[in-house]
Design a protein around this ligand. Sequence first.
Ligand SMILES: Cc1ncc(COP(=O)(O)O)c(C=O)c1O
Length: 374
Amino acid sequence: MPIEIFEMERMQSTWENIVDYDLSESGVRPLTLRELMEMGFDLDAFLDVPLGYSQSNGTLELREALAALYKGSTVDHIEVTNGTSEANFLVALSQIRAGDRFALETPNYMQLWGVPRALGADTRTFRLRPEACWEPDWDEFDRAIEGGARMVYVSNPNNPTGSVLSDAAMKRIVEGVERAGALLLADEVYQGAEITGPRTKSFWGMSDRVVVTSGLSKAWGIPGVRIGWIVGPKKLIAECWAQHDYLTIGPNKLSDRLARVAVEPANREKCYARTRELLGKNIEIARQWVRGFGGFLEWREPRAGAIALMKYHASVPSLELCQRIRERQSTLIVPGKQLGIEGHVRIWLGGREDYLKEGLRRVAEELKPLVVNS
Ligand SMILES: Cc1ncc(COP(=O)(O)O)c(C=O)c1O
């Protein structure tokens, strides 16, 4: 299947391990294996476990634990995957055919821009509006699904805005999806990474047309374990499993075991609390930094997630700006262009405080001359 380059992921994989300061990330500083041992992972017992294949759709124990998080679901409503990205990929691969209509909100994590296009779908976007607390532009939403659609994709909480949809907006999206006879793919990988406010509600249960994807990468802070999942109608899950057999067969044994520890209710809350504490401190650092620009930078503070989307008041394209920052300051941030929103940059808030401060100082070195000229 020919597919266009996933620009943001490629930019990250090329540079993230080379630069001095990587502020292109989007999760919190990851947990270590030792920290997972402190939460109950028995490393010593695992040393004697034969490293055979694991249950390819996720062990029963892990699927039972995950089913407990999504009211009304059972182990047959769940497929465990290699990260949320594989979860999204399997849903698209199993459901999208050439000529289908696919609608996604922008800005967004652009995986489900490239994949449906590669599958031959008529892929359309509808914008989130900053002036409306990043709620969708409803005219664009209606146009994107007008006459029927196969799938609508949202990330909620959203990457890169960190915004959370209101109950009314969620309801309106579901109504549109039902009207269009579509499926709603709700990517909820940032659920649990709320900096302020209550836990983000899941779309799960709002309609039998809802499919949820999520994983341990963001709110839990364990992306390296590469565990994600799909929660959906049984038939769709069976279709995803069929694709999975051809793709990676399944997640590895160690990851499945680690995930079982992480998703235990007490550990899950511990991980979420760690994320909230870390982000609560770092957002204050970002606030002060933004203030120092006296209006040149504009943002709506994220409600969830370790990312801040900032609009800059200068005409330089975001790709050029970020390249300059990388070359001169050895610091990586994400150009808005790669997220479907020009004139913005995305900055990671999830690292150590001193790391964030020095990364921001370096970014400022390149932004300040623009302030003078703006
Ligand atoms: C909205 C969204 N979905 C999926 C992913 C991929 O997550 P994972 O590391 O679990 O594959 C990301 C990563 O940034 C993301 O932001």
